[in-house]
Design a protein around this ligand. Structure first.
Ligand code: PLP
Length: 416
């Protein structure tokens, strides 16, 4: 028996844990000889497809040159190339690039930058405002700014207080008026949101207009606007950043998952110049004190540089648009099936809820759906009774049709 304690896995349920030996494009190949379609991009990280030859070559090449070097006060070419590439690709107001190694750390860094900005400019502000149902990671800080519930109930005593605004309904007046009131009454330091799509909260979508108005309220009240684009970034919602669709440039942006095309762990937190400037001083006490051992790993940076080059020279946006059209067509068909509610798409993400008497993450339907998909060699991992398809951009029509057939058969088999 394996000694491994897996993440988000209840070992007491004795579910099988398949062993994956290799991957290519949208497929995973298991030791048992199965070809499994990776319909959730291995937890939202794989963008172009597994083992993209350019990313693999960049990793191999870099590994032979420089494996690791301290990043405090030292630098290396792969990191410089990534920073230049990000400056060229991302909104030009985002002038500074801070490296870390996961989405959670990118968010922690964003929160520390925001607090550092307010501390060093003497505003006296420190409160954080968050949106209901949000997810920003699993560290103590990121759990604090995320939804409270079954995922973090035992740790509640360690989580800090935040201001909470409701998830937008309709035109989002409920959210905007609550946010405006919080800004007036509590003078928060920052708002952190997942733009357009709340991922782990259940693939909940809200209109770009609401995002634009939240950013406007931030500006009017001198509240920093932090966009957690860890899941939505790198084309997932149809544009490079989801914020583009609202025509807004955040003060701070968190990027991770697809930064290396999903091949290696790496994250960046990008900030506007005034946030950097607030830390810039001859006073060493104003240094931005954040690091981890593997900050800006050269090998991970080489993978990210290859990803950025792919964005620059391959028709990635066209691939995304084509996938988004096929996802929308699939969702139109699935929406007519009995048991399907709230069928929705946002860019390359398709989602719907299965009508279950006990909705929510611990819905008893979830494990049954999961087992059905696993037996059909399909990597789909419903969030409770919400089924979503979030594939690599290389998914072809044949595999897409197979995903649809497997979902249809799950609904036929599992619903009364
Ligand atoms: C996945 C995710 C994170 C956490 O990223 P990790 O790399 O898993 O730490 C943070 N924010 C959002 C929106 C995410 O989807």
């Amino acid at each position: 028996m394996s000694a491994i304690w897996h993440p988000f896995t209840q070992h007491g349920l004795n579910e099988p844990v398949p062993l994956v030996e290799r991957a290519k494009g949208a497929a995973l190949y298991t030791r048992d000889g199965a070809r499994v379609i990776d319909a959730i991009s291995s937890w939202w990280v794989t963008t172009h497809g597994h083992n993209h030859p350019r990313i693999v070559a960049a990793i191999r090449d870099q590994a032979e040159r420089l494996d690791q070097v301290i990043f405090a006060g030292w630098t290396h070419q792969p990191a410089e190339t990534v920073a230049e590439g990000l400056r060229a690709l991302m909104p030009r107001e985002l002038t500074r690039v801070f490296f870390s190694d996961s989405g959670s750390t990118a968010v922690e860094v964003a929160l520390k930058m925001a607090l550092g900005f307010h501390a060093h400019t003497g505003t006296g502000r420190s409160g954080i405002v968050v949106m209901e149902h949000s997810y920003h990671g699993d560290t103590i800080g990121t759990m604090s700014v995320g939804a409270r519930g079954v995922f973090n109930a035992p740790y509640a005593p360690l989580l800090f207080d935040v201001g909470m605004i409701p998830f937008p309904l309709g035109d989002g007046d409920n959210t905007l008026s609550a946010f405006e009131a919080l800004c007036r009454e509590t003078h928060p330091a920052a708002l952190i949101v997942e733009p357009l799509v709340l991922g782990a909260g259940g693939m909940l979508f809200y209109p770009a207009q609401v995002l634009a108005q939240m950013a406007e309220i931030c500006r009017a009240h001198d509240v920093l606007f932090i966009a957690d684009e860890v899941m939505t970034g790198w084309g997932r919602t149809g544009t490079l950043l989801a914020c583009e669709q609202a025509g807004v440039v955040p003060d701070i942006v968190c990027l991770a998952k697809g930064l290396t095309g999903g091949a290696l762990p790496l994250a960046v937190t990008m900030a506007r110049e005034p946030i950097y400037a607030a830390h810039l001083s001859t006073d060493r006490a104003k240094t931005f004190f954040h690091s981890s051992s593997f900050t800006a790993s050269p090998i991970a940076c080489a993978a990210a540089a290859a990803n950025i080059a792919i964005w620059q020279d391959e028709p990635v946006r066209e691939r995304i648009a084509a996938l988004a059209r096929r996802q929308a067509a699939m969702i139109d068909r699935l929406a007519n099936l009995p048991g399907v509610a709230n069928a929705r798409t946002c860019g390359t993400i398709a989602a719907f809820d299965v009508t279950a008497p006990d909705g929510g993450y611990l819905s008893t339907l979830g494990p049954r759906l999961l087992a059905h998909f696993r037996e059909a060699d399909m990597l789909l991992r419903p969030l409770g009774n919400t089924v979503y398809v979030l594939p690599p951009y290389c998914l072809d029509e044949q595999d897409h049709a197979r995903i649809e057939r497997v979902i249809e058969s799950a609904l036929r088999t599992l619903l009364p």
